[in-house]
Design a protein around this ligand. Structure first.
Ligand code: FCB
Length: 440
């Protein structure tokens, strides 16, 4: 690595991130069915129809995994709590075994000197709630508030930080407009509702946690830079609209209590009634802003229906996901979040990393491409800090190779390699280099 801990401000946190469904093994411990289980079982949605039933078996191996986090010298661990593990039907009955598991996990972090950074929802909605319309049903804000109360009633006294929802854009647009994630809808009315309700649920959870006396509460946005394909007004407008529904809707709702006007021209007719009246809840004050950053998209105008745009192939080097490597976008997003949205509150990079076709040779994984990617993006973070941005931490995605949603187990994002047959963990070269950098 080209950096050392001492290149960053004194209290800067380094961590790794994971999520429940991607690593735990959902079939263990009495968890209820989720919309990812059935989405995966439906042909055409997920590579080889793979699901998270076993994943990395982290449910049984979490101590070994947390040992790896500690041994590398990380300060913090970002994890998520599965709604269906804690409340198998999404409402009502609590699965004590599930709550006990997160209790043990939390204590295991603390025993290793790791700061627990929780995300309450990272995508596996209980099927029973999906049956009721899931994110398209306004009541989800209340159901989510109840879930928050149950989980944080138990863990809240030991959390370093909490975000209610991981990546509102993925929960809504990717899953209800593009249909690429569960529940696999392609419907503009469902999309508009999900986009708004996900923020309403976010605000409701923040209020619930404030009621529990908790602090250090934030939100985790996924940001993707939109580059117009050329210099024309049409391309600029298309990129601006993409930016509006990807980035500005969520940052703007949560921090500025407003949605972008260019977006509302197309989405407005499909929004739920009286949506303007919800900003009091949506815009609850936050203590930090989380940015997940991976790539950019090159945007061109297109025919067909609204939003009349498409992503076109860019010219930059790409990762195993076919995502362009564009570190400048991370600096730009930090500066933009700081100036236009989160202002004085700390910014954390809550996810950043790359998939690579890693292979084990003689018990080693040479993933120099990942080390390069991490170096470039940490330099991008540093560039923003040097310009005064209040960035206070960086979490690499991910600790382990894991279930990469619709791409199954094919795409490897881990600093640690996982053999999904034997569950053997092998730290990759990037893990060792990260550890060395943190010790300097
Ligand atoms: C993010 C998700 C995470 C993982 C990475 C690659 O959008 O939060 O679960 O899939 O992308």
């Amino acid at each position: 690595m080209q950096f050392s801990r001492s290149d960053f401000p004194e209290e800067f946190l380094f961590g790794v991130a994971t999520s429940s469904y991607q690593i735990e093994g959902h079939k263990f411990g009495g968890a209820g069915e989720t919309h990812w289980d059935t989405f995966a079982r439906t042909p055409g949605n997920v590579v080889r129809n793979e699901d998270g039933a076993v994943a990395c078996d982290h449910y049984h191996r979490y101590t070994e995994d947390l040992d790896l986090v500690q041994a590398a010298g990380f300060d913090a661990y970002r994890f998520s709590t599965s709604w269906a593990r804690v409340m198998p039907e999404g409402r009502g009955q609590v699965n004590q075994e599930g709550l006990d598991y997160y209790d043990r996990l939390t204590d295991a972090m603390l025993e290793r000197g790791l700061k627990p950074c929780a995300t309450l929802y990272h995508w596996e909605l209980p099927s029973a709630l999906a049956d009721l319309g899931g994110w398209t049903n306004r009541d989800i804000a209340l159901w989510f508030g109840d879930f928050t109360e149950v989980v944080m009633g138990r863990l809240g006294d030991r959390m370093h930080s909490v975000a209610p929802i991981n990546e509102p854009w993925c929960v809504s647009w990717l899953s209800h407009f593009l249909g690429q994630h569960a529940p696999g809808k392609r419907d503009i009315r469902a999309t508009a509702r999900a986009m708004h309700h996900v923020l309403l649920a976010h605000g409701t959870a923040i209020q619930t946690m404030r009621g529990l006396g908790m602090s250090n509460l934030g939100c985790v946005f996924n940001c993707e830079w939109a580059t117009p394909t050329d210099d024309t007004d049409a391309a600029r407008e298309a990129a601006d609209l993409y930016d509006a529904y990807y980035n500005r809707f969520f940052l703007g709702g949560a921090f500025n209590k407003a949605y972008p006007e260019n977006l509302m021209r197309g989405l407005g007719p499909h929004m739920p009634k009286d949506w303007q009246e919800d900003f009091g809840v949506i815009g609850e004050k936050l203590d930090w802003c989380g940015i997940n950053y991976y790539t950019r998209s090159v945007i061109a105008p297109a025919g067909g229906g609204w939003p009349h745009l498409k992503s076109v192939e860019g010219s930059l080097p790409k990762t195993q996901m076919d995502w362009e490597v564009y570190p400048q976008g991370l600096t730009d997003f930090i500066m933009r979040a700081w100036r236009e949205y989160s202002c004085d509150v700390p910014i954390y990079i809550t996810e950043n990393g790359m998939a690579n076709a890693d292979v084990i040779i003689n018990d080693e994984v040479n993933d120099s491409a990942r080390t390069r990617y991490l170096n470039q993006h940490l330099a991008a973070v540093k560039a923003a800090i040097d310009q005064g941005a209040p960035v206070k931490g960086y979490f690499a995605w991910s600790l382990l190779d894991n279930y990469e949603w619709s791409l199954g187990y094919e795409k490897r994002f881990g600093l640690v390699h996982v053999d999904f047959e034997t569950q053997v963990r092998t730290p990759k070269d990037s893990y060792h280099r990260f550890a060395a950098a943190l010790s300097r």
